[in-house]
Write a protein that binds this ligand. Structure first.
Ligand SMILES: Cc1cc2nc3c(=O)[nH]c(=O)nc-3n(C[C@H](O)[C@H](O)[C@H](O)COP(=O)(O)OP(=O)(O)OC[C@H]3O[C@@H](n4cnc5c(N)ncnc54)[C@H](O)[C@@H]3O)c2cc1C
Length: 400
């Protein structure tokens, strides 16, 4: 009989997005010796890898921003303020929801600092690549990094990979997309530099320019309304979400096609701005990626799946550990999001069982991999909520 390896850590968190950072802080603050592993060379998840430059889910909808998420997320916001970001609630002119605008370099540094201040051991350029398990427990993960592979044991694990990569490795049967296997569209927000900051961004001019581009251009946009744009704090760049793409499956081939299409479209779109939109005469493409924005991939089995009905009725419950306050934002059809508000008091409780793997005692979920049906998923995946489910998952993992 093989002996259980001695635990190197109390908690290992896979993935360093909002959920993973929340989980690592939650575990460390509960006294756990905690390791966070992230495959990229920086933390932040979609905020820093896919130009998703707004934290949603921190506030309820409504005329005033009522806070729905605090805890360790506030530590992150404090660090960001220290780096010059305003972090006040900002009412999105396109959706009228309250968000916090971000700048990616500040996010990377703030997350490094907040994790270091709480004694979390961080390994970047490191991917969770394999696991060992018994019938009902995970024992160890194999980490593939720049220095090769090594096996590390822990008492508990948190899957905060966004794509359920850890759950997949354990052999748990994951659902792809919604109940019919349909995936939400992927999108490629970009940053455009070189605009004249004294000229307000002219939506009507963008719409007119794309009316003509959509007839003859190679990459017609699914957002003839000019897309969603805002000014990136600290840099004055334009943040712009204009390219959406259906995702038929999770194959590398599909992602390759999407990445290449997004890059080609981004190039064209900036040329359209330069030629036709006042203030953009000297504009240039500051950044696509590092990778395209993935809205949905795999859903691992949890002990409870939050439902659309839970959100539409604003269901509160005694076993709630986090709040979902962002409206259901469905992107089933590229470029045509459909919003449905949260009912009741403006938030729904997320119970602990959404964060607990079905079939494994010491595996927790955080962020967009928690248990949720397709409607609830369209709300809980946002980064503010991911910090909250992360913190709760980390705290629970620390007690395993
Ligand atoms: C186009 C687009 C626009 C969006 N707009 C918003 C918005 O405005 N505001 C908002 O709040 N949300 C928005 N979202 C949703 C949000 O960005 C994600 O749902 C959110 O980032 C989920 O956080 P997470 O921490 O669970 O996952 P992620 O942010 O995806 O982080 C997962 C991390 O795990 C790492 N990882 C994956 N596999 C491994 C592995 N095997 N080993 C080690 N590390 C691994 C990844 O590199 C990544 O850093 C948007 C999403 C998209 C795609």
């Amino acid at each position: 009989m093989s002996r259980k390896p001695e635990a190197d850590y109390d908690v290992i968190v896979a993935g360093g997005g909002a959920a993973g950072v929340g989980a690592a802080l939650g575990a460390a603050r509960a006294g756990a010796k905690t390791l966070l592993v992230e495959k990229y060379g920086f933390l932040g998840g979609a905020a820093t890898s896919s130009n998703v430059l707004a934290y949603c889910g921190f506030f309820q909808q409504g005329p005033e921003p009522i806070k729905a998420v605090g805890g360790v997320a506030d530590l992150v916001l404090d660090e960001l303020r220290g780096l010059g970001l305003n972090c006040d609630p900002f009412k999105s002119p396109t959706t009228a929801n309250w968000i916090i605008l971000l700048e990616p370099e500040a996010v990377k540094l703030a997350l490094d600092r907040v994790l270091a201040a709480h004694g979390v051991d961080v390994l970047l350029h490191t991917r969770v690549a394999a696991v060992t398990r018994t019938a009902d427990r995970l024992e160890s993960v194999t980490l593939a990094g720049m220095d090769g592979r090594r096996r590390i044991a822990a008492e508990a694990f948190v899957d905060a990979t966004g794509d359920a990569n850890l759950a997949l490795l354990t052999g748990l049967a994951c659902r792809t997309g919604d109940e019919n296997g349909h995936l939400q569209a992927i999108s490629a927000p970009i940053r455009v530099g070189g605009r004249n900051p004294t000229v307000p961004i002219d939506r009507a001019a963008i719409i007119a320019a794309f009316e003509s581009y959509n007839k003859t251009g190679d990459w017609p946009t699914a957002r003839p309304d000019g897309g969603i744009f805002t000014e990136v704090p600290l840099t004055g760049e334009m943040w712009w979400m204009m390219f959406d793409h259906p995702l038929k499956d999770l194959s590398s081939r599909s992602f390759t096609e999407a990445e290449q299409a997004a890059r080609a479209a981004a190039h064209d779109y900036v040329q359209v701005l330069r030629k036709h939109v006042p203030g953009f005469e000297h504009a240039y493409l500051a950044q696509t990626g590092p990778q395209i924005g993935i809205r949905e991939s795999r859903h691992p089995p949890a002990r409870y799946e939050l439902t659309g009905e839970d959100l539409l009725t604003g269901r509160q419950r005694p076993d709630g550990v986090a709040r979902a306050a962002w409206p259901i934002e469905d992107h089933s059809v590229p470029g045509k999001p459909v919003y449905k508000p949260i009912g009741g008091a403006g938030y729904a409780d997320i119970p602990l069982d959404c964060l607990r793997a079905k079939g494994l005692e010491n595996l927790c979920y955080a962020g967009r991999v928690i248990g949720a049906d397709s409607a609830a998923y369209a709300s809980i995946r946002v980064m503010g909520t991911a910090f909250a489910t992360g913190e709760a998952a980390g705290r629970h993992a620390a007690t395993c």
